[in-house]
Write a protein that binds this ligand. Sequence first.
Ligand code: SF4
Ligand code: SF4
Length: 495
Amino acid sequence: MKESSVPAAQVVGRYRVIPIIQEQAMANISTAKATPAIQHEVGLPGALVADWHDKAISRLGTLLKERRGLQVFMDSCTKCGACTDKCHYFLGTGDPLNMPVARQDLLRSVYRRHFTFAGKWFPKLVGARELDKPMLEDWYRYFHQCSECRRCTVFCPKGIDTSEVTMAGRDILASIGIGQQYSQEIIAKVNRVGNNLGMKKPALIDVLDNLAEDISDDTGLAIRIPLDDASADMLIVTPSADFFAEPHVDGLIGMIKVLHVAGIRYTFSSQASEAANFALFTGQRDQMQGIAQRISTAAQALGVSRIVMGECGHAWRVAYSFMDTLVGGFDYLDPEHPRPEHICELTYELLKAGRIQLDPTRNDGKVVTFHDSCNVARGSGMGGIRRGQFIVPRALLKASVPEIIEMSSDATMQKTFCCGGGGGLLTDDLMELRIKGALPRAQALQAVVDSHGVTHLVAICAICKTQLSQVLPHHNLGDVQVTSLHELVGNAIIL
Ligand code: SF4
Ligand code: SF4
């Protein structure tokens, strides 16, 4: 890791560190606020409204009624301290406001001031605080230093979900005119065009045709990648990064080989060409509903009976946990597949049914480890199997590569560390935070590189893949190749 990025720390064991507290260490880090044009485009005020205080408190009151969990989270923290050293941003920066309990208290102290008897009459006694301008700035800074990964929740005896607190904080900020440029711009582009990249249908046709040509040249197979094909049985919705960016595109090639070999009649859609749903990150349920609806509307228009999401962590969490409620059900889908699925579930099903065969020797020389993505690991199941979100991708890897090396148990599966770029933080203006937040993941990876010579870090989330490719070199791990799971499946598949 570059020297400037190393937080002062007490070393515990060989790789784990507990940072020495550095007050205000990240107080100068803040992501760009949305421009008036973008705010207006997503139906929000263009700048901080004049009566921002009253509007913010009113919005908090609405969220407390709408999201009953939020009310419980506000009231139930016992300050036990179990979560304090569980956040990768605290471990990587030492800033005490990046402790999950401190992050929650930014909202909780204001909640106490305005929504509890004791907070109204004895504010100092109960740690109640007013929402003033400095507090508003702290909200903006530190609610954008949380990737909503929910690792802290795993360790909280009360099950308090900091990601819900962060979402509420961001929702209130956006509602009074201070949205985040990065996420709001992406939401606007999806509403306008259908994907995060703003890629219109002619560009999409070109990209898919070129990709089909490349795969045909490489394999000798007659590959066609359908778009808006009304005769298809299955709609594939993948992160738009898959269409051309490295290392994602090789994963998409692997997916297409799987679909081709299994003889599935699938299609992409120009109306729903994005799996990501950034409104999960901003907490805006109306926007999340709108983006989810695009997918359901496209599926019904095409008459498909299955919807399969590509390698995207939070898209999978939205599909698994929220989409049914957001779009009013999926009674038009095949009763055996009554909700959107993850591409790993489909590939696993095809492998078990003998419809595809994988030869792990085709990945000889690769020593791989698997990065569990937060939103899959802590946001959903998979394949109808208990703990399937851990079992299914590992089963595919096991069939595709000679050997898998697991990282330590406090950095995998349910306790996996975030890549450091999730939750709407994958933006250049947060690069320092992203590098520091990746420290725990990098340390766990370094251990298996040292012990087993790991060469490849495999992930099933577009954000994880982009983030880790960019930040691992800052931790002296630039030689480890960040790889899509379906790239390895695509190498191993017998055509
Ligand atoms: S949800 Fe993740 S990023 Fe946010 S405070 Fe908890 S551990 Fe940190
Ligand atoms: S672990 Fe839960 S109850 Fe304990 S301090 Fe953290 S949020 Fe509060």
